[in-house]
Design a protein around this ligand. Sequence first.
Ligand code: ADP
Ligand code: ZN
Length: 212
Amino acid sequence: MKLILLGAPGAGKGTQAELLAQRLNIPTISTGNILREAIKAGTEVGLKAKAYTDSGQLVPDEVIIGIVSERLAQDDCAGGFILDGVPRTIPQAEALEAAGIGLDWVVSIEIADEIIEQRMTGRRVCSSCGSSYHIQANPPKTQGVCDVCGGELVIRKDDAPETVKNRLEVYHSQTEPLKDFYEKLGNLVKVDGNQPIEACCEAILTAIGAHQ
Ligand code: ADP
Ligand code: ZN
């Protein structure tokens, strides 16, 4: 099962990717998490990426394409994978095609900007494994502590209200055109993102015919 999750920042891609990875037993490749780790570790890629992510801009296509092709070449991706947050632009989608990376489904998680702006103020992410929480919709068992790994939960720098507005603009201008791109290829499905987390997951599994 090769899957792409598309959607605005805050639509719930990371949340759904974690659930789907467990249900489908395939790894998630989150370029956002990979970049945040690289920034924290101060690697070459991280240094390049930091200025872009801090201001809500997209990291250049060639950096992303490099990260993804490297990750997809690892053994655990042989039986399928979930791409969370990539492709973000038409050139990235074309690069995946050119690399012969076939896809079964592209799931677009649909949600209004106003709801996203409300959601983002409550988002908390694990500083060590990248798991995503919400102080109301999806709180951790212990406040400030990751259920998965015990790491510290933090507010993402790019979740500041002004940066969220930028990111939504970038999404509409650069990423949303991917819906047409994949609709033409025939593997786009749309799911309502404005519903509880479990219900959204069920809707995705139904849309991709993966209900066991
Ligand atoms: P993305 O990866 O698309 O940027 P996240 O998965 O990080 O989005 O979700 C954004 C925020 O919204 C997080 O705080 C998450 O816990 C919360 N969230 C995700 N899905 C839902 C949902 N269905 N209902 C309410 N809040 C949600
Ligand atoms: Zn964690």
